[in-house]
Write a protein that binds this ligand. Structure first.
Ligand SMILES: [Mg+2]
Ligand SMILES: [Zn+2]
Length: 313
């Protein structure tokens, strides 16, 4: 097993690895391409800790794009990203009959508040955190405690979406926070695996460049469109979930919070249930016509289907 294969084995199943290898070889120049090629004509497609997985030469750091969230120290060249995206989508579509779904956390799947920012009328929740399935207390370090409230329907949503999509979490929160939340919504790592992108990898904006799937097959669900400057066509905007009033937020000051009113967003007719209907439609539209032979993804695009789905009926 070559070093490159060893590294990639963490990333992908064997069948996919072979395909990525062969596609990269055919898309690189005709003079290079075998695994024994010399460093002179190596494209340094997969680099780990600054060393090319193929030719073993030292490669300048940050020449490619970092994918530490998948494998520590991993960098992919532009060509490798492009080919891996393409192959991943082809194989996920064809083998698993799935597309890709990128999910935001805060105000999309849940609402988190610092305990010190609860209003007086909301403090009753502190005592309920232990006994409720949708409410959790966690210690964020620096002696700050947080309450996490899951959005109604989140478990059902993830379970059903998982049948149709390979899922990513993409949050502006940090790695520590994401891990804490994932312990609650995906303790067995069934839904997301290593596919969790945080502020640590992506501090300013969110981009599908970090998602290893072809953009023609990626649906994003997020409450904040501004963080996706380049991928609005892939985005389904979901209504912000605000459970707590959060004393530090000005925009919700004048109305009472769900927590204060002791009510909540609807379950079977709430935002997540509605979004599930839309992504199901997009999924069915994408796969209408069947997948008997290897899917021709050039003729399919979720962006066109999302455009239609957004149109009022
Ligand atoms: Mg959000
Ligand atoms: Zn190389």
């Amino acid at each position: 097993m070559s070093v490159m294969q060893q590294n990639l084995s963490v990333l992908e199943p064997k069948s996919k690895r072979r395909k990525i290898d062969s596609e990269i070889n055919s898309s690189s120049s005709s003079s290079s391409s075998s695994s024994s090629s010399s460093s002179n004509n190596c494209g340094h497609f997969f680099v780990r800790y600054g060393i090319c997985c193929n030719c073993r030469s030292n490669v300048e750091r940050h020449r490619g794009r970092a994918f530490d969230y998948l494998v520590d120290g991993l960098e992919l060249s532009d060509v490798a990203v492009k080919v891996t995206k393409r192959v991943t989508t082809q194989i996920t579509c064809f083998n698993d009959k799935k597309l890709h779904l990128v999910l935001d956390l805060d105000h999309t799947l849940l609402h988190t508040v610092m305990v010190s920012n609860l209003t007086k009328e909301e403090t009753y929740l502190i005592g309920e955190a232990d006994s409720r399935e949708d409410l959790w207390m966690f210690n964020g370090g620096y002696s700050s405690e947080f309450l996490i409230k899951l959005r109604p329907y989140v478990h059902e949503f993830l379970k059903e979406a998982n049948e149709m999509f390979s899922m990513y979490v993409y949050t502006m929160g940090d790695r520590d926070y994401a891990n804490n939340v994932l312990k609650l919504i995906d303790p067995e790592k069934i839904y997301f695996g290593h596919r969790v992108i945080t502020r640590n990898e992506s501090p300013y904006i969110k981009t599908l460049d970090l998602v290893l799937a072809d953009e023609c097959g990626v649906v994003i669900v997020d409450d904040t469109p501004q963080v996706w400057p380049d991928h609005k066509r892939n985005l389904l905007e979901i209504t912000k979930y605000n459970y707590f009033s959060d004393k530090t937020r000005r925009d919700v000051k004048y109305s009472k919070s769900y927590a204060e009113e002791k009510i909540d967003e609807g379950r079977n007719d709430g935002s997540l249930a509605n979004i599930l209907k839309v992504i199901k439609e997009v999924y069915e539209g994408f796969f209408s016509g069947g997948v008997e032979k290897e899917l021709d993804i050039d003729s399919k695009d979720v962006r066109l289907l999302l455009h239609d789905a957004r149109r009022p009926k």
